[in-house]
Design a protein around this ligand. Sequence first.
Ligand SMILES: *Cc1c(COP(=O)(O)O)cnc(C)c1O
Length: 414
Amino acid sequence: MNEGGEGEGESEGIGRPAPRPLTHLAQAGRRAEWTSMPGQPGGIVNPPVWRASTILYDDVAHLKAASGRDPHERLFYGRKGTPTAWSLADALTSMEPGAKGTMLFPSGVAAIACSLMAVLKPGDQLLMVDAAYDPTRGFCERMLKPLGIETIYYDPTIGADIAALFTDRTKAIFLESPGSLTFEVQDIPAITALARARDIVTLMDNTWATPLYFQALAKGVDISIVACTKYIVGHSDVMIGSATATPELWPALRSSAYLFGQMTSPDDAWLAARGLRTLGVRLAQHQAGALQVAQWLADRPEVARVLHPALPGCSGHDIWLRDFSGSTGLFTFILNGGGDKARAALIDGLAHFGIGYSWGGFESLALPVDPARYRSATRWEAEGPAIRLHIGLEDPADLITDLDAGLARFRASA
Ligand SMILES: *Cc1c(COP(=O)(O)O)cnc(C)c1O
């Protein structure tokens, strides 16, 4: 158990090997100081919800001492968090070997924005993957650009050729793997090795795999960002984000988050920590269900292609096999011909799929997506319209029956 909370991921003590990931999920973040009371034996299982703004001190000397020293993970003021948030942050840190700490944010987008602001200043250039989550692109265009920070988009399949884009002003590379909507898998070790050699910071949106299936820092990433709204929470009822950093980047990340006043409510942190306990069983089920549905779709004549990293033929499938320890429930399929109307006919009659944004909950979702609208460095071309599916925890046989009827509606309408 990583009780030190520094997340070094090493085995502790002689003859006591580090627990495997599923064991670790059950134990992470449950330090005795957060689950027990001073002077009393025993303790509760989960760190409780500590709600606070004001922290009261015994006397002026204690007040001064508290503000004088590093207040991280010490009661200081509500905005610095309480043991509820520290416990979640500690658990997330310990899932990324090589990490020093995790900051929590009110959403995944806030985590992305604040992490970029932690490493960039006017005059810098940022290399941004062309398959990035759309609001990440929006932040670059509408916030970074007016600040004099230039964003250069690159092909998600660029790999080691990214070095050709480096200039004296290149300060950071943003990675997202697999890419949003189109699921290209990036060669993260190749890119981070080149970046390190040039002192370029790498940040990765690791929401799809979570640190359970992809340990970003171990692959050379400096800041690993997760929209915990998705799989960490897992129940579609909380917005929360996290950024986990190496010892080198931790001070900049922490101070950026602090200066922007970023924090999360203890109730939301508590729900996310509750979700984390079942992340392993949920992801295994999302993975199995999604593979079953994706393989079924791949054999259908109405379907031109399935974009799922675990299926051979998906861009970067070999890299996924090499670097990831699992796949999750989100993927896209491309229809063979047909237009918007036929796609809507397929989606509209689905009985077991909700129609809506976000993903990562226990419920299945279907979303019409148009990746070409969010590209600038590369051209997205496809045989027909695209649908992104999130495969929830329902029985995949029911989902397949549902999609079968949907494809019949598509044929009738196309
Ligand atoms: C949803 C999502 C985000 C943003 O998370 P929010 O909590 O909704 O702000 C970031 N990256 C990816 C890949 C996402 O799917």
